[in-house]
Design a binder for this molecule. Structure first.
Ligand SMILES: Cc1ncc(COP(=O)(O)O)c(C=O)c1O
Length: 366
């Protein structure tokens, strides 16, 4: 008897998440200097860590012998000051992946279904399946969420609908009025997990008043992260805003010290570093234009994106991915997202975007 056979079938059937290839791994594989490799594969912030966060990290080191504040008081206060949301409406996570999982753990059993869109963020099916619940993938429309079809997929068993806005890896955006009407039209016993990991890359006029919606929709869970515009992907901090009762349930299934003390301190400091966030936003806007112009010159089709990444179409995605790797450029294959002819590139520094475009030109034999 193999002990692994005793794990539930739905666990054994999980297809593991495929992260972007680390720089160190490619360096080992190719016998290449790490400094010679650029990684545009995981939607990270190319300008690094905010100086305010760096200082907070240095200060927090002195306290590492102690457990972190399991309730994240200071970070919740900082979020509360910024967004006007009460701390009892908050759940902190080891990245927003963690809070996505907490929502699933608090609300799903094997009797339930959860809905997400085709080409949506890969963690939704993972956390749903880990609970033994049934994942229902609704076909995308123009690569984005088909909200009417998602509404149509709701059954008496549905407990969660996941929406990534903007979505990764397609970069599509559901507009605020449609999204608000969608949430208002759902049965109150269906939780909407609205994942806004890339919210800070949206221009003001495209942002939803999702925080304002919390007061009207007790079934709304909003998730955000410090991994993107705040430049703290390696520290793993994310959070959810929800109704106090929902947040309480999610906090009950949370590990007591799921966010470490360095991460808590860094996130609180990063939140106040408006200069760094502004710089990151501007760099992304310019870099996106640079990539899009490059695709235009090369005649490469891409999916217009509202995030810090863009997915583009090539005839032989696996081959182009390999050729880019050979030139020291790591992007992300997204066949697992149902997009076998696309690759996703993260907006980098100007020099990185230029190097990627040069390498792509060579990879396409142009
Ligand atoms: C749509 C979306 N949600 C959530 C996350 C999770 O980010 P993190 O766990 O680093 O907060 C990502 C990361 O790429 C993402 O693309």
């Amino acid at each position: 008897m193999d002990i692994c056979d005793l794990s539930p079938g739905y666990i054994r059937a999980i297809a593991p998440y495929q992260p972007g290839k680390p720089i160190s791994e490619l360096a080992r594989e190719m016998g290449r200097d790490e400094a010679d490799i650029i990684k545009l594969a995981s939607n990270e912030n190319p300008i690094g860590v905010s100086p305010l966060a760096q200082r907070a990290i240095e200060r927090a080191i002195a306290g590492l012998a102690r457990y972190p504040d399991g309730n994240g008081f200071e970070l919740k206060q900082a979020l509360s000051r910024r967004y006007g949301v009460a701390p009892e409406r908050m759940v902190l996570g080891n990245g927003s992946n963690d809070v996505l999982e907490l929502a699933a753990r608090a609300f799903l059993t094997s009797d339930h279904e959860a809905i997400y869109a085709q080409h949506a963020f890969a963690v939704y099916p993972l956390v749903v399946q880990a609970m033994g619940a049934k994942g229902v993938e609704v076909p995308a429309r123009d690569y984005g969420h088909d909200l009417a079809a998602m509404r149509g997929a709701v059954t008496a068993r549905t407990r969660i609908v996941f929406i990534a806005n903007p979505n990764n890896p397609t970069g599509t955006l559901a507009r605020a009025p449609e999204l608000e009407a969608f949430i208002a039209g759902l049965p109150p016993e269906v939780l909407v997990v609205l994942d806004e990991a890339y919210n800070e890359y949206l221009p003001e006029e495209l942002r939803s008043d999702s925080i304002g919606w919390l007061a009207r929709f007790p079934n709304l869970v909003l998730t955000r992260t410090f991994s993107k515009v705040y430049g703290l992907a390696g520290l793993r901090v994310g959070y959810a805003f929800a109704a106090p009762g929902v947040a309480d349930l999610m906090n009950r299934v949370r590990q007591p010290f799921n966010v470490n003390s360095i991460s808590l301190a860094a996130a609180a400091a990063a939140l106040d570093d408006g200069e760094f966030v502004g710089k990151s936003y501007e760099l992304n806007r310019k870099g996106m234009r640079q990539l899009v112009e490059g695709f235009g010159r090369l005649g490469v089709t891409f999916i217009p994106s509202h995030g810090n990444f863009v997915s583009f179409e090539v005839r032989d995605a696996a081959g182009v991915y390999r050729k880019l790797l050979e030139q020291g450029v790591i992007v992300r294959p997204i066949a697992a997202y149902g997009l076998p002819r696309h690759l996703r590139v993260t907006v980098g520094l100007e020099s990185e975007n230029a190097r990627f475009l040069d390498a792509l030109t060579r990879s396409l034999g142009k």
